[in-house]
Design a protein around this ligand. Structure first.
Ligand code: NAD
Length: 323
């Protein structure tokens, strides 16, 4: 009999890719989300459109033991969504409710291993003020001081899944994702993140003109291609690692460098026009020492490889929308 997996948030960017990967691995997959995926037909064997804030729905979809459960559902977006402050109450309420429901319903079905996707946004803002030298080592998390309510909720939910491990002997696993990108994610509409937003702007611009960049563009980040994120995700859930680990890239670039990389891929010469906008921390990079130690693996694909694939897909969307 094939193994079974439950993907919560299957209609989202990472969840959609995860369903496809698990199908390739031979799993029977149930996906759940508020909506169908906007950019792909789901490959899930069973797909439920439902609201995971509702305990009855969560009990209905966790109606049996699954070999693997991935809890990716969250109310989230890029800087334009999580750093403006306008969505704070929804972000905290919606995501915490989902996680409370899922942790409890999984335990009631004797499901031991839930994967939970936390975020680098839970790291203290004061360790990320130097763009050349941010500290995102896992043990720098406390004393806690995330710069967004999104980060605080992630921290709460990490602790929730680990509290179940301590009190009920479950083996829930937690990763702290750092800026995951790739095709078939949000690229317009306000929830898109920097790589997708930059790809869209470059695809829409004529060579010799300019694109807008929020802030001075000297803030640093690293970006991880979605396939490597899933490799880390499945490896972590199947491991005996009992502490949260970063899943991210260590190739740190400024947002200006990111914009130049995408312009080069597109073969366009574009100036950068810096405008005010929500920014987040000044610098952030993944620290992969712990994941290497715990899993004997860490991402290593160059950023440009993933950007090429992502730009090609977003350029297609831009042209399709314009047609
Ligand atoms: P996404 O927004 O594309 O996917 C999240 C999905 O959750 C969406 O499809 C949404 O409809 C669904 N959802 C929200 N509320 C729901 C509800 N009440 N009931 C059912 N479904 C609901 O985001 P993503 O980029 O795929 O991220 C997946 C997970 O990884 C999230 O938990 C996110 O916080 C975390 N994460 C992502 C990144 C990144 O760079 N993409 C970085 C750090 C952490």
């Amino acid at each position: 009999m094939s193994k079974s997996a439950l993907v919560l948030g299957a209609g989202g960017f990472i969840g959609g890719h995860l369903v496809a990967r698990l199908k390739r691995e031979g799993f029977w997959v149930r996906g759940v989300d508020l909506k169908f995926h906007e950019h792909r037909e789901t490959e899930a064997d069973d797909y439920v459109v439902g609201d995971l804030r509702d305990q009855d729905i969560v009990r209905d979809v966790i109606d049996r033991r699954f070999d693997e459960v991935y809890q990716l559902a969250a109310d989230m977006g890029g800087a334009g969504y999580i750093f403006t402050g306008e969505h704070d109450a929804d972000i905290m309420h919606n995501s915490a409710t989902i996680n409370l429901n899922v942790a409890n319903a999984a335990l009631k079905r004797n499901i031991k291993n839930v994967f939970y996707s936390s975020s680098a946004c839970m790291y203290p803002a004061h360790n990320q003020e130097d763009p050349d030298n941010p500290n995102c080592a896992e043990d720098s998390a406390y004393p806690a001081a995330p710069d967004s309510e999104y980060g605080w909720e992630k921290l709460f939910s990490e602790r929730l899944f680990f509290a179940y491990n301590r009190n009920y002997g479950t083996k829930n696993r937690v990763a702290r994702y750092h800026n995951i990108f790739g095709p078939m994610g949000a690229w317009t509409g306000g929830k898109e993140k920097a790589p997708a937003a930059v790809c869209r702007k470059v695809a829409q611009a004529r060579s010799g003109t300019s694109i807008e960049i929020w802030g001075d563009g000297l803030q640093t980040r690293s970006f991880l291609y979605v396939d490597e994120c899933l490799e880390g995700t499945t490896r972590l859930l199947r491991s005996d690692c009992e502490i949260p680990v970063n899943i991210g890239s260590e190739e740190m670039v400024t947002i200006n460098q990111l914009a130049h990389m995408v312009s080069d891929i597109a073969g366009k010469t574009l100036a950068l026009e810096h405008i005010p906008g929500p920014l987040g921390v000044r610098g952030r990079n993944s620290d992969n020492r712990l994941i290497r130690e715990k899993l004997g693996w860490a991402p290593n694909q160059p950023l440009v490889k993933g950007l090429e694939k992502t730009y090609a897909w977003i350029e297609q969307q831009v042209h399709r929308n314009a047609a």
